[in-house]
Design a protein around this ligand. Sequence first.
Ligand SMILES: C[S@@+](CC[C@H](N)C(=O)[O-])C[C@H]1O[C@@H](n2cnc3c(N)ncnc32)[C@H](O)[C@@H]1O
Length: 429
Amino acid sequence: MNLRKPATQILSCVLKEGRSLTNALDKGLAPLDTAQDKAFVQALCYGVLRDYHRLDFILSLLLSKPLRNKDNDIKILVLMGIYQLRTMRVKPHAAVSETVAAVGKKSWAKKLINGVLRHYIREQALFDQQVEKNTVAKYSHPQWLINCIEHDWGKQAASLFEQNNQAAPMVLRVNLIHTTATDYQALLTQHAIISTIVPFTQTALILKHAVAVDQLPHFTKGWASVQDTAAQLAAPLLQLQENQRVLDLCAAPGGKTAAILELEPSIKMTAVDIEEKRLQRIRENLQRLKLSATLITADASDPKTWWDGIFFDRILVDVPCSALGVIRHHPDIKVLRRESDINVLVQQQADILEAAWHLLTVGGVLLYATCSLLKQENQNQIETFLKNHPDSFEIPIEADWGTPQTVGRQILTGDQAMDGFYYARLGKK
Ligand SMILES: C[S@@+](CC[C@H](N)C(=O)[O-])C[C@H]1O[C@@H](n2cnc3c(N)ncnc32)[C@H](O)[C@@H]1O
């Protein structure tokens, strides 16, 4: 089977229909037979989306006029061809012939693809020079996003673009109910899986090479889960005590819900998410880990529809955000996110935070989290909140990770190998 065909379909779902890469891969990889085929198609799709803006720029130099919208499938094939030539270890003649062979009914496109890819091979050095001179192509980010990140992070922006285009390491969260990071690391070593302990957490192990989860010892028994180090920092920041009532708003797929329960199994956990389908993922995760929580499908910003009137001691508000800190895992964000989304998200975050605040007991702790790099969604949001809520105050986060902001703490993508994240901890007077 020519694997460029399923790859084209997956990328078309993302680039034409606007679906997420995770969703498109779920469906698109299912019919493939072997793990090796799946891995190749997945690598191709991730790679093309990481380099999308760069590849698109090169294509614009190679074509005398752009391809029509209805020939988007052909455009994707050429982008994949250029990607294979630039980055994958596919031999040039194979990259060209296999890409040409993946053309379906549009036989006119065979000549075009063949010509374009051969032209690229002949003058690759020249095209690479052009890439260096064009900011969008060089960083492989859309211009609006370059502007936003440069606005907030100045000189650090270039390294953020670079980090965003790297593959993230696979990180495990060990389940403290069953084991410790040191013991699980030893167990991994026995299975020839090499890992590093993250010293400022109790639970994180970074794997040298990613593996399928079914290769992890006692995975089905819940000894370990896959979760980036930055996300693992949430649970300890909540300063949990036995038997507390904890609310996880915006909880799906439940990574942090589970981490909180593993750290303090005696708590009474309520987890809310607006999407029933995603809530199902929390159910599955908790089932594997043999943990339990009250799960509610509801709008977090409208508690009168679901709240039982008893205050919570701890609340995690892991709001929907631009997700610019997790582009390493989801490179489709660079092509799907729109500049106009940001203000809408900032308002949603403010609404959810406002609603959450009224559910927190006096003396309670609320942790606000985003996987964003933008100050609008992070420190500016919390500064405004503190100003408008005289009964709130910041409980500063002292830590060996991230950098303190005017309020809260920011992790920039790639800091200590982590995703970009922001945390602010608030107390109630
Ligand atoms: C950043 S993700 C949460 C990740 C999760 N905390 C974890 O660690 O696995 C944000 C979640 O917010 C949910 N969401 C968005 N708007 C919401 C709303 N108004 N009420 C409740 N959940 C919402 C989304 O469905 C999504 O699952």
